[in-house]
Design a protein around this ligand. Structure first.
Ligand SMILES: [Zn+2]
Length: 82
């Protein structure tokens, strides 16, 4: 049982699931859409922060970090007081 378990585990590690987003270097995706392809965890997080009316095709065609930048700007407007 132990050996078989390791075998399956190895196969999972070898599989390369490249993120379909433009210029995203991540190759370990655990989310997949029939329509848009694989997306990595960080792009998915960014997609959640993107405007609600974002076109997913446009999002996948944008550079990673495009929408995170918008979020960082709020930190500049309301910086945490020290
Ligand atoms: Zn990605």
């Amino acid at each position: 049982m132990g050996k078989r378990g390791y075998g399956l585990f190895d196969e999972e590690i070898i599989m390369v699931l490249s993120c379909f987003r433009r210029n995203c270097p991540n190759i370990m995706c655990n989310r997949y859409s029939d329509k848009y392809g694989y997306i990595c965890a960080s792009c998915f997080e960014e997609l959640e922060q993107a405007p609600i009316d974002i076109n997913i095709v446009d999002f996948m065609d944008s550079e990673p970090g495009t929408f995170l930048q918008e979020c960082r700007d709020y930190n500049k407007i309301f910086p945490i007081m020290e």
